[in-house]
Design a protein around this ligand. Sequence first.
Ligand code: NDP
Length: 242
Amino acid sequence: MSKSVLITGGSRGIGAATAIHFARMGYKVAITYNKSVYAAKAMKETFALNGAEFIAIPCDVTIPLQVESAVKQTVSAFGSLDVMVNNAGIAMQKLITDTSDEDWQNILNTNLSSVFYGCRAASKVMLPKQSGSIVNISSIWGRVGASMEVAYSATKAGIIGLTKALAKELGPSNIRVNCVAPGVIDTEMNQNLSAQDLTALANDTPLCRIGTPDEVAKSVYFLANDADFVTGQILSTDGGII
Ligand code: NDP
């Protein structure tokens, strides 16, 4: 029987590429979307054309009940939840002195609390069957910090701590928890960067380019599906930039 995956923020960018990759590998795929209603609808049509089992669930990941419900809807559609990918997130570039309390709470809720809600909801389903795999999406800035991205870097560092702790807690129950820390990836998240900025970032990268969403998707799949004796790890998919 084919396995199932739930990917938060699967409507665009890295999440959408991850959904496509898991479907290619034979998984039943559930994604959540929030604002990108049309993109989610288009994905549904594409997956239907290819005969893949796919559902798109509206969900604001800052609301714990909606995340719980997305997990429940996945289990009721596919009969199980084998892999949970906590991917949804936002970026913010601001000096700390320009970062309001509201900015801080918003990015904390969207990037970090959401991962806690996703991990907790997935654990409730995976623990009784004593199997499963969780992959969280951090960032290289969670490892080394980025100037003018204090809040973003803090949320992504928090995901690393959460991943390492949860891997220890769930390991004895045969549930693996890992993390991908992407470098600069070509998605809408980086659309505010100028061509000059992107070239400079590519030049700073040993592989001399920025990455693609599909390259991150392959790392997520490796950790989720193939890395049977790997847990609590942070895989930098970053062209060697750090
Ligand atoms: P995009 O901006 O392309 O996509 C972001 C996704 O997150 C969308 O699917 C969006 O859904 C979803 N999302 C945002 N806020 C919410 C919310 N409140 N509730 C539900 N879904 C939400 O970003 P990327 O694909 O680039 O980023 C994906 C992840 O990868 C993020 O966690 C990001 O921090 C991380 N990352 C990205 C890097 C990059 O260079 N691109 C580098 C390192 C890490 P919708 O549009 O439906 O609202």
